[in-house]
Design a protein around this ligand. Structure first.
Ligand SMILES: [Zn+2]
Length: 412
């Protein structure tokens, strides 16, 4: 036991300092979020744990299935038997690999369950996603938080890695016009793209992957993380990141290419940085709306406050267009499809009978009829940042009481 303790305390001390560029303190203090714990995510996470990256957040809403086991070094058949959450199992296995690091799982959606306050405390974010919609949303979250994100994609024997940074290059701007941007009430984006990359973009959807392409591309992503963690130290040594570039690997002929990839259009709605965020230590996602509005008014010294729901609307009821029958929902809009699935009569109404009308709120102020609901109940995650409209224009506040849920990572 004492040998083990001795060994883990010195994780990497005999090895990594041999690398001229490696800074032990930077790596131990680093905070990295990996979004998506599938084939790629497993590889990225494994590498980060081996390097001793000190604080790792894993985000994934999915449960482990048998089909995942062929490409996921962190998962076991028992995990699939029990249908455990990918994020939770991955976080636990990372700590088995390297007990000196801190990990935290968020078993949920990258924007509806992971607060922007988590993003803004990261050094870098890694996207290991398999859908275009999720990538667009992650791009927006990272830009709001002012963080670089490293995107990886794999398909068959191919894969690519790019890093995106506000004011330099943008995932959404790189999409071609024939790629549909998902609707979230906020998506009338103008999309333009170089025709020559459109073909590459088509490969970003859900496609067959192999353990080999996952480990190759996941390794390149992890390497990018290490560079960004070291920041200016590595820049002065001639290291370059993949911001504005794409690394492409093609396995049939064992070829790799690096090319410029820096689409950035002025009209794109993703280019939004939430500045001057005010941390309110009394404010939590468990605060009621009435309490939250009071805390905010007091702290910002304003008379009027509207909370803009930017990631999810709140739906209080659905009604049948033909019969006016009403169904109370009281949940975020993103949960409505599951609600409809669970109610057979509603499933019928959505396709026949004129359909369903969804009564929802995007703006929450003193007029909101359910002031006793908590922010969590209307769809706002822990440690999120709220965008407000006040008499001064847009202002931003953080639900900083929730930092207690992330104690190990953020050290408070
Ligand atoms: Zn853009």
């Amino acid at each position: 036991m004492s040998n083990k303790q001795e060994y883990t305390k010195q994780w990497g001390e005999e090895v990594f300092p041999l690398l001229s560029w490696f800074k032990m303190d930077k790596v131990r203090n680093a905070k990295v979020m990996v979004v998506g714990a599938g084939a790629l995510g497993n590889e990225v996470l494994k590498n980060l744990a081996l390097f001793g990256v000190g604080n790792i957040v894993v985000v994934d809403f999915d449960e482990i299935e048998y089909s995942n086991l062929t490409r996921s070094v962190l998962f076991r058949p028992e995990d699939a038997d029990k249908g455990f959450f990918k994020a939770k199992v991955a976080a636990k296995r990372l700590q088995e690999i390297n007990p000196t690091i801190n990990t935290q799982a968020i078993c949920g959606d990258l924007s509806k369950d992971a607060g922007l306050g988590v993003y803004r405390r990261m050094d870098v974010v890694v996207g290991c996603l398999d859908s275009l919609k999720a990538r667009v949303l992650l791009n927006r979250m990272c830009f709001r938080a002012g963080k670089i994100w490293i995107e990886g994609g794999i398909g068959d024997l191919e894969g690519q890695v790019t890093a995106y940074q506000l004011n330099k290059n943008c995932y959404e701007c790189s999409l071609s016009q024939d790629e549909n941007i998902p609707g979230d009430g906020n998506t009338e984006a103008n999309r333009t793209s170089c025709p020559q990359i459109a073909q590459g973009n088509a490969a970003r959807g859900r496609v067959a992957t192999t353990p080999v392409s996952a480990s190759l591309i996941g390794a390149v992503q992890a390497q990018e993380v290490m560079k960004i963690i070291h920041g200016d130290d590595l820049k002065s040594g001639g290291f370059e990141t993949l911001v504005g570039k794409m690394f492409h690997y093609e396995g049939k002929h064992t070829q790799s290419t690096l090319f410029d990839f820096s689409s950035y259009e002025n009209e794109c709605i993703s280019h939004e940085y939430w500045e001057n965020i005010v941390e309110i230590p009394e404010l939590s996602a468990d605060s009621t709306i009435a309490e939250a509005l009071e805390f905010i008014k007091k702290r910002l010294k304003v008379d009027s406050v509207t909370i803009n729901l930017r990631n999810d609307k709140f739906v209080d009821f659905l009604s049948s267009r033909s019969s006016n029958q009403k169904y109370n929902t009281m949940m975020p809009a993103s949960k409505i499809p599951d609600f409809i699935d669970a109610h057979k009569e509603l499933e019928y109404l959505t396709i026949a009978d004129g359909g369903l009308y969804q009564h929802s709120y995007e703006d929450i102020d003193e007029e909101f009829p359910y002031p006793q609901l908590t922010l969590k109940q209307i769809g706002i995650p822990y440690l999120d940042v709220l965008q407000l409209t006040t008499e001064n224009g847009y202002e931003y506040v953080e639900l900083s009481a929730d930092i207690k849920l992330f104690q190990k990572l953020f050290g408070q």
